[in-house]
Design a protein. Structure first.
Length: 160
């Protein structure tokens, strides 16, 4: 029997693996229908995590807010919506993994919301766990259909 079974990377290892990123690329014709013209920055996972880490208690940011910061930092027209969302999810799971290891200084991923102030149901613990933390930090969480969002989230968006 072969011993090729590779140990899966931890979330923290995935966060550290930049895979040659960030890169700024020209928006292709295919993507310009969705994103417009110009350039797109595909960030490194760690860059997304670093922005999420800066959000203080009582404040919030959206994925689009992170994308704007990344675009500005790299002189691009936009930040990639796909990779930014995926890397925020990796950062959230890496933070949860760090908590399980007893670490205290973790990324407050629950402060990163989706467009419209919605809680990301794919983050660790799902909506319920994040709702509890956000309410403890002074935010009002409201249910809208099957989704949950932070009421008046715009008032608490951080300016980095």
């Amino acid at each position: 029997m072969s011993k090729k079974s590779k140990k899966r990377k931890s979330w923290q290892e995935k966060l550290e693996d930049s895979k040659g990123l960030p890169v700024v690329e020209k928006i292709t014709d295919k993507m310009s229908k969705r994103w417009g013209t110009g350039t797109v920055v595909i960030p490194a996972p760690k860059e997304v995590d670093e922005i999420m880490k800066k959000i203080p208690k009582g404040k919030l940011i959206t994925i689009n807010g992170i994308r704007e910061i990344l675009a500005q930092k790299h002189g691009a027209t936009i930040g990639c919506p796909i990779t930014t969302g995926i890397f925020a999810w990796i950062a959230a799971n890496a933070a949860e993994e760090a908590i399980e290891e007893g670490k205290k200084d973790i990324t407050p991923y629950w402060r990163t919301l989706k467009t419209g102030g919605f809680i990301n149901e794919k983050y660790p613990g799902g909506v319920e766990a994040q709702k509890k933390i956000l309410e403890k930090e002074g935010h009002k969480v409201i249910q809208k259909g099957k989704r949950f969002f932070v009421s008046n989230f715009e008032k608490n968006l951080v300016k980095l």
